[in-house]
Design a protein around this ligand. Sequence first.
Ligand SMILES: *Cc1c(COP(=O)(O)O)cnc(C)c1O
Length: 382
Amino acid sequence: MHFKTRAIHVGNEKCAATGAVVRPLHLAATYVQPGAGEWGEFDYSRSGNPTRAALESTLASLEAGCGALAFASGMAAIHCAMGLLKAGDHVLAGSDIYGGTYRLLHKISSRAGIQVTLVDTTDLASVEAAITPATRLLWIESPGNPRLTITDIGACAEVAHRHDALLGVDSTFATPVLTRPLELGADLVMHSATKYIGGHSDLVGGALVVRDPSLWDELYFVQNATGGIMGPWEAFLCSRGLKTLAVRVCEQSRTALELATWLSSHDRVARVHYPGLPDHPGHDIARRQMEGGPFGAMLSFELRGEFAEAKRFVEATHLFQLAVSLGAVESLIEQPASMSHASYDAADRKKHGIADGLIRLSVGLEAYEDLQQDLEGAFGVL
Ligand SMILES: *Cc1c(COP(=O)(O)O)cnc(C)c1O
């Protein structure tokens, strides 16, 4: 079956009891056991819940994995992945990553004696050079956040495996519609389901998907032991969101490409970061690893101006609402230096190219013409 068909039918088999075409929402915390010391399919909802399990089977199918795990948030999913590591292990992570991942690695994982290094993962020689004998996990994002850098997932998998490390990919921006990292050699895919999977800014959730059953067992053990599970209501909404994921992502990406093209010829714009533009340094890899395009609905651009101009700009749009988060049907705008990446140290922001004049857009499902006019209006206040 094709992706769009699996998104609707896998994990959404009709209800055996009633014939309902939408799976019921199971809110029960606990399940009657067949006998003392005997276990049925479900026993306690932290350990397993039918609504969550249905979502996990859809996600596993869409990411070409053997199994998935759904979490209370994207950060809970990443935290679970870091639970694979022990004191003395080293994580090598990309420098163009989510601000919260940076914070988790540097301020929480580090407390447990896990070593962290950031590296520009678009440069494979640097990745290779930064690997140490203690490196157990390479953690990347493609497209990256907020500069939309493109990392070659297949090549990183090869480097990681040569050094007996796992490759984890935060694929929140790409979604399984555009990129399936497990097919490219990654061991583990992570999503903030808050973003495209939910798609409507009305839930917080996360997911991990893997292709090796023993890795799934290890992660399941950590999830069940630490408890950061997704609740049934969020799982229900995510399952609903997945049914329209492909049409949303393709349509939003089309509008993003049009906006990126228009912005790149605007005289108030110094630079546009969008992998769909032919002059983006990662364009050729993106073509390969994003199925020839579309290239996603996230883009960022640098104003000809500094912190104050970018702040004025993001405060001047109306349809693009000033908020962190991304991936939903409504368009959002933000200034990474003061918002999504405020948890980076200022020096690290500078080192990793997150300029004060950088603006990030999450392009929603509104009409291109209205979004373009909205941005044009904001240029007027500069
Ligand atoms: C939002 C986000 C996260 C964190 O997910 P939450 O659901 O907010 O915990 C991680 N990675 C990326 C790329 C994100 O955009």
